[in-house]
Design a protein around this ligand. Structure first.
Ligand code: ATP
Ligand code: MG
Length: 196
């Protein structure tokens, strides 16, 4: 039996936007993945000094944004684990959840891939997953020196969108339509997110 091919897209998703969705969709297609799990972080350790929206709101927005794609799912492994989120734990938990008959593909944008060697237990992560780095406007996509054969660099349609920009635009009452799915525009308004 051939192994199931599973993508894992980690992120703060504060909020999820079309840049995340396009990158995940393109990698799903290019690598013929059976399923892509979006995994919202618990407390992101890289962002410990910043205010992050409660995990349940970020989780629900990710569910809303991915619900219509039969290949997309959302996992709670990171938000249900207490303490800061480390990708090594994400990979271990997903592996335990899905069983041994899966190959994991961890999807990142160019900015996150560049930081990866500084991540905790970086070398152990490379045994658990293949890493896929995606182009992202404003960032240079290069292999940061990952072990031979453990990383692929792929070009995805360029969307110069960041969650930071969506939050800033909401705060200053600029429109966020078409940067994020319609349901996310409505959820942000309903829950009064990013207005301070
Ligand atoms: P923030 O501005 O709050 O950091 P972000 O837009 O960078 O938000 P994250 O949740 O930090 O979103 O990113 C999750 C993952 O998605 C990371 O691997 C990141 O590189 C990738 N990513 C985010 N936006 C894009 C984009 N526009 N194109 C390609 N990859 C992206
Ligand atoms: Mg980011």
């Amino acid at each position: 039996m051939s192994k199931r091919r599973i993508g894992i897209m980690g992120g703060t998703f504060d909020p999820v936007h079309h840049g995340h969705l396009v990158a995940a969709s393109e990698v799903q297609h290019l690598f013929d993945l059976d399923e892509v799990f979006f995994v919202p972080t618990g407390e992101p350790w890289q962002k410990a000094d910043k205010e992050v929206t409660p995990a349940e709101d970020r989780y629900l927005m990710t569910v809303i944004a991915t619900a219509s794609n039969p290949r997309f799912s959302v996992s709670r492994v990171d938000i249900d684990r207490s303490g800061p989120t480390y990708t090594l734990d994400t990979l271990r938990d997903m592996q335990a959840l899905l069983g041994p008959d899966v190959d994991l593909y961890f999807i990142t944008g160019a900015d996150a891939l560049g930081q990866m060697l500084s991540w905790h237990n970086a070398s152990e992560m490379f045994d658990l997953a293949h890493f896929v780095g995606c182009t992202r406007p404003g960032h240079t996509l290069t292999d940061p020196g990952l072990p031979e054969g453990r990383v692929s660099l792929v070009e995805v349609p360029a969307l110069a969108i960041s969650s930071t920009e969506v939050r800033d635009r909401t705060r200053s009452a600029h429109p966020i339509w078409y940067l994020v799915p319609d349901g996310i525009v409505q959820y942000i308004a309903k829950r009064n997110l990013y207005t301070d």
